[in-house]
Design a protein around this ligand. Structure first.
Ligand code: CU
Length: 326
């Protein structure tokens, strides 16, 4: 403004010099930041690498974090630069140099952001398809199946064969149970899977909608009554993993979790054999194995079980130590 154009006016900063230094600092910081995020932070990012699906999710999160690093550093650097070098000096009341539109900067901005977004859309689609659904539920007729696997037999399984291991996950208020159709169809509260073998989870529910979330396995699939929701993974490392319900399903939703285990193939076979024998009497009373179950029929089955003394009249599991139960 003319009123301010007095002798006290300072010499305006050379903006082009600022721009050069900003860009050089940003590039140096970005190279260091990207290397740190990709190589140092990446291997520690969730959900870890316990399975094929978890590892591919960890790679995706690392890629996204690495791409976001220059953007975050650019914003922080610009704020820091403005606070340090462009702040008003005491007694200086002059206006800053006026800013005009720049077609070049606009074009660079629009091109760069468009390329990033479109490239990520392509990358995300490839990363969903190639790891056979990336651990998410694909519905009853999965489009993407793990390479080299078949579902030639739902009644038997041999390690190393192309016939995939099937584990049925059954959600109900408020517990998870697991059924192994290829080992006589027993149902247990223990989730056990072998290392290095592709697994097909068949997720269903007996009442409301739940969500089977084996977090460190990178598997998450809604459990819908009357529907089979298929998700795949292959465990890479033995060890334990947490299973949670990730769909608000009633008052005890928060307690609907348990611990699963990835074990060696020989341990897995020994466990299935032992459990199949131990639970033989209970398995006989279960409805035949099916992709999903009719909740109204199961209610009737519950009434039969009360008569047989298998569950307490108040419902729930039979606890021999509880004097309140028959
Ligand atoms: Cu639930």
């Amino acid at each position: 403004m003319a009123a301010n154009a007095s002798s006290s006016a300072r010499t305006p900063r050379d903006g082009s010099q600022d721009a050069s230094w900003l860009i050089i600092s940003w590039i140096v910081l970005s190279v260091i930041g990207c290397l740190l995020v990709a190589l140092v932070l990446g291997p520690h990012l969730p959900p870890g690498d316990q399975s094929s699906t978890a590892a591919s999710q960890q790679t995706d999160i690392t890629v996204l974090a690495t791409i976001a690093t220059p953007v975050v550093l650019g914003v922080l650097l610009y704020i820091a630069w403005a606070l340090i070098f462009w702040r008003q000096k005491p007694g200086d009341e002059t206006d800053a140099a006026p800013i005009h539109g720049s077609a070049r900067i606009s074009a660079i901005w629009i091109t760069a952001t468009s390329v990033i977004v479109l490239a990520l859309a392509v990358y995300g689609t490839v990363e969903l398809i190639t790891p056979a659904g990336a651990g998410a539920g694909e519905g009853p007729q999965p489009i993407w199946k793990p390479a080299g696997t078949t579902t030639s037999s739902v009644t038997s399984w041999t390690p190393g064969s192309s016939n995939i291991l099937q584990v049925q996950v059954i959600g109900q208020q408020w517990a998870w149970t697991y059924r192994y159709p290829q080992f006589g169809g027993f149902e247990t509260t223990q989730l056990m899977i072998p290392v290095g073998e592709p697994v097909q989870f068949n997720v269903t529910s007996l009442d409301v909608i739940h969500s089977f979330w084996a977090y460190t396995l990178g598997v998450k699939a809604d459990a819908n009554p009357g529907l089979n929701n298929v998700a795949y993974t292959t465990a890479y490392h033995t060890g334990y993993f947490q299973v949670r319900c990730d769909e608000l399903c009633g008052i005890w939703h928060g307690s609907m979790y348990d611990t699963g285990q990835v074990t060696s193939v020989s341990n897995f076979l020994a466990w299935t054999q032992k459990t199949q024998t131990q639970l033989a009497d209970v398995t006989k009373l279960l409805p035949p194995y099916a992709a999903s179950y009719d909740p109204t029929t199961l209610n009737n089955l519950g009434a039969v079980n009360v008569k047989l003394g298998l569950v307490g009249s108040g419902g729930g599991y039979y606890n021999p130590a509880d004097p309140e139960q028959p």
